[in-house]
Design a protein. Sequence first.
Length: 337
Amino acid sequence: MNLVRAEVERLAARRFVQLMVLLLAVAFAVTTATTLIGSHRPTASEMSAAQEQAAQAVAVLEAEHTRCLRVRAGEIPITEDAGYVPADCAEVDPARMERLPLATDYLTSVFIFSQEARGLLYFLIAFLVLFGFLVGASYIGADLNSGGVVNLLLWRPGRLTVLGTKLGTLVGVVAALAVLASALYLGTFWTIGQTAGVPGPLDGQFWGGLGAIYGRGLVLVLLSTALGFGIATLGRHTSAALGAVAAYAVVWEMGGRLVLQILDVARADLLMLSNYLGAWLSGRLEFWDDRGCPPGSGVCDGGVYAITWGPALLVLLALTGAVTGSAFVAFRRRDLV
């Protein structure tokens, strides 16, 4: 019997995996039902009113830009109640803004796919990351604790082959499930936007940004799956993975962060794994540290530093590789009985 097929069948037969898939379906159904209940197809009068409000908002922006140009040209005197007038009028130029007010911004109780898709995708990624970690930990943890791995080695000798097949099968199944769930999830909400809401502007920039988030999220799901598998292999139990994550969150992310703040450590955010997770998903996270500014200078560019997706990915790969590599080394040498 093929080892990969046997592992797929074992994974699919696990009650915990079935429970997690059921929870995914329930969360999907609840989110869909809530969206349908809270949304409606806007009427022609609602769309007309929203378009008028958007046009008025754009007109206000254009008027502010014109006023700025006239003030800087000396045509209008600057008075105390003149309000904010930037030194460079390009800051308030509507033509240079990343996004102008749209009619969809002024619709109420209407599901707008282009505005909600990113948040919905982040929610799905968070669930799949948790799913992959827990399934990966329970999959190997239960076999090690119950003696299932020993029985498997009697049938197919070769520790590294067996463990590698388990990990590869696990990652492949989770990847397939994540792709299927994502397609069904986003497809459903796209359909809701078309039939019971408003699609919104779905241009190439929108789909490109959404695709980038999805790709990074899928990588994170697979890394969390391998990480849960590796920690549980090292600890020989599912609870080892759960305990390690809980201990890290409490001791370092909470306690360590507090100590670093008390000690006034420079750029302490670079020492937190959660920030690298956020930077990888979003592409870039910016932080503030006033040590880069001259005393009494207030806000300055030197106080801003960032974590981008490249270094974040290297940190996540290094962590996952170190844990899974250690797991394979330990599995090869340890007594399994």
